[in-house]
Design a binder for this molecule. Sequence first.
Ligand SMILES: CC(C)(COP(=O)(O)OP(=O)(O)OC[C@H]1O[C@@H](n2cnc3c(N)ncnc32)[C@H](O)[C@@H]1OP(=O)(O)O)[C@@H](O)C(=O)NCCC(=O)NCCS
Length: 167
Amino acid sequence: MTHIDGLNVLPRSVRDSQSEMAEIVLPNDTNPLGALLGGRLMHWIDLAGAMAAHRHSRNYALTAGIDHMDFLVPVHVGDLVILRSSVNRVFNTSMEVGVKVWVENYLQDQCEHVSSAYLTFVAVDAGGRHITVPAVIPETDEQRRRFDEAGKRREIRRAHFERRKSR
Ligand SMILES: CC(C)(COP(=O)(O)OP(=O)(O)OC[C@H]1O[C@@H](n2cnc3c(N)ncnc32)[C@H](O)[C@@H]1OP(=O)(O)O)[C@@H](O)C(=O)NCCC(=O)NCCS
């Protein structure tokens, strides 16, 4: 059942949800070759995504799903990992959050793109009831592109879901 909190429905800009998280890769985050574990990175992505979802909805949010992900370059022990997240689009009780991950080589002053992920969060109140999420207002060309693409990704997710149900 969807619950609407009248005080918390005003639209917000993408800026309001933009979040950044940084981690130094420690030996416990890596495999025996000193490369960052994919699962550890996924955990950080989930946290960075949740920050944006909480900031936008001003409520609790559950991870409903994570789209396909690729790891483009290896990350090593001692590297600085930067995760940037923001809400791309709001649907009803759910919102798509994009997380972009960079590895920063602070010795050479260089950044490389490691991964991009799209997560869907569902906003809930303290009783676990789904909550209508305030609309998000894209303000820049890049934000409008992400907004449009999020709509297409939702259609793809729904089509997958329907196919799975009919099996
Ligand atoms: C995610 C969850 C809240 C969805 O609840 P539900 O009652 O099955 O979902 P509903 O059919 O009512 O859909 C609610 C919203 O979630 C979206 N949704 C549900 N499952 C989804 C999925 N797998 N991926 C993307 N969106 C999803 C729906 O599209 C809908 O969005 P809308 O309101 O914006 O249109 C529920 O499955 C759940 O609690 N899962 C466990 C979440 C969790 O514990 N996450 C932590 C990791 S284990």
